[in-house]
Design a protein around this ligand. Structure first.
Ligand code: NDP
Ligand code: MG
Length: 283
């Protein structure tokens, strides 16, 4: 199978290398001045800079640019030049779900969203470990969308995956919520607050660093393997008592209400409009 990959960043590089080692024929397309060209070259990946002539011949086009850069490539190249019955593959549903791209009706629109950073997708492929992947089909014009999607998912994971069949809406909203509420926003700011408070209180910054920044990794592994109750069962009596009595004081009704509001902003589109406005003001 052949795929044209637009972008060679976190996901683009991992998809390109994994697909290639799974026997796919890949073409990577970048802007002529792109700093990613030299990275691709070091990896032994050939890069094309003529997006139009490449798009005209493609069967599957993996759009692995930043979400906010995808609409411009769609408007300037893909809307006119993609052949009928070709497929656009996304790794995140943002541009489609929020209507930044309104796809032509004669295309397949499919999603394979790895639930991990590109570096991890690559590492797991090399280590022959499984990866959770969210999949969705928004449009199936060719009648082969499911087959193409399955083949692509097998290609980026070497066939080692845990697929969650979903929709563009569900993948987009849950991904945004988890990065805002938990992974990057919630956890990131909690870790920072704990670190700052310990240092402010006069404790050794090195000790504070390990306490706040690296210990969570061990706990996250326990939670991934055994769930939150399973984690609580496996820690010391003192830690368990502290967690059960102090945890609910931190994650209190006010925090739960804030989480609800954050999810509502994502679902109503108000987060997307706010981001569009903020990005416009910056540029
Ligand atoms: P990156 O920011 O890592 O991608 C950057 C790549 O896109 C570079 O090759 C860059 O080339 C190119 N690029 C940037 N801006 C433009 C532009 N305006 N026009 C053309 N090319 C451009 O993206 P990610 O890999 O993080 O994200 C790609 C997709 O994957 C997104 O939909 C994202 O939501 C999704 N995703 C990302 C995950 C992650 O872990 N990062 C996880 C799961 C999904 P240049 O050298 O020219 O700047
Ligand atoms: Mg995301």
């Amino acid at each position: 199978m052949h795929v044209t990959i637009f972008g060679y960043g976190s996901q683009g590089r991992a998809h390109a290398l994994n697909l290639s080692e799974s026997g796919w024929d890949i073409t990577v397309v970048l802007r002529p001045e792109s700093p990613s060209i030299s990275i691709a070259k070091q990896d032994g990946v050939e890069v094309i800079t003529d997006a139009i002539s490449t798009a005209c011949k493609t069967e599957i086009c993996a759009l692995l640019l930043p979400d906010l850069a995808q609409p411009e490539l769609w408007r300037e190249v893909l809307v006119t030049h993609l052949p009928t019955n070709s497929a656009i593959l996304f790794a995140h549903g943002y541009a489609i779900h929020y209507g930044l791209i309104t796809p032509r009706a004669d295309l397949d629109i499919i999603l394979a969203g790895p639930m991990c950073p590109g570096t991890e997708l690559r590492n797991r492929y090399v280590a022959r470990d499984s990866v959770p992947i969210v999949t969705a089909i928004q449009q199936d014009h060719s009648g082969h969308a499911a087959e193409r999607l399955r083949a692509y998912v097998d290609g980026i994971t070497g066939g080692r995956h845990d697929v969650i069949e979903s929709t563009f809406a569900e993948e987009t909203e849950t991904d945004l919520f988890s990065e805002q509420a938990l992974l990057c926003g919630g956890l990131g700011y909690l870790v920072q607050a704990v670190y700052e408070l310990l240092v402010e209180a006069g404790y050794n910054p090195k000790l504070a660093h390990y306490t706040a920044m690296t210990e969570p990794v061990n706990l996250a592994r326990l939670i991934a393997a055994h769930g939150v109750d399973g984690m609580l069962d496996r820690i010391s009596h003192v830690a368990r008592y502290g967690a059960r009595t102090r945890g609910p004081r931190i994650i209190d009704t006010r925090v739960r209400q804030t989480l609800r509001t954050i999810l509502a902003e994502i679902r109503s589109g108000s987060f997307q409009r706010e981001l569009a406005e903020a990005t416009k003001t910056q540029s």
